[in-house]
Design a protein around this ligand. Structure first.
Ligand SMILES: NC(=O)c1ccc[n+]([C@@H]2O[C@H](COP(=O)([O-])OP(=O)(O)OC[C@H]3O[C@@H](n4cnc5c(N)ncnc54)[C@H](O)[C@@H]3O)[C@@H](O)[C@H]2O)c1
Length: 83
């Protein structure tokens, strides 16, 4: 069976990198899209592929989807602000 590919934005961050580890352990192909603003490339699992860039670049997201067959996207880059 073909491995499913999952895109994890913010996957070099604290929460996202844990998610990436769990997905890799379950046998998924994982692509991390992260601009490394607060994340760290060393936090990205070695089996995951890191693409450095911003989630705001729609064409980049489209290209990743087209070139890799990615159909699932998990987003961990959100900033929450409590006022
Ligand atoms: N850390 C916690 O304990 C915790 C608990 C509950 C909820 N959350 C929520 O989870 C989310 C992630 O938290 P975290 O602690 O992992 O933060 P983090 O800063 O460690 O991770 C965010 C990641 O997103 C990346 N990023 C930021 N802007 C980007 C952009 N435009 N394009 C691509 N990548 C971008 C950063 O480089 C970083 O790797 C936040 O919404 C936070 O509020 C965190």
């Amino acid at each position: 069976m073909k491995q499913q590919t999952i895109l994890v934005t913010g996957g070099a961050g604290f929460v996202g990198s844990v998610c990436v580890e769990l997905l890799v352990a379950q046998g998924y192909n994982v692509i991390v899209l992260d601009n490394l603003q607060t994340g760290n490339r060393r936090a990205v699992h070695p089996k995951a592929r890191l693409v450095r860039g911003s989630i705001g670049l729609a064409r980049l997201l489209q290209r990743i989807g087209r070139n890799t067959g990615t159909r699932h996207h998990l987003n961990y880059r959100c900033k929450s602000v409590i006022a």
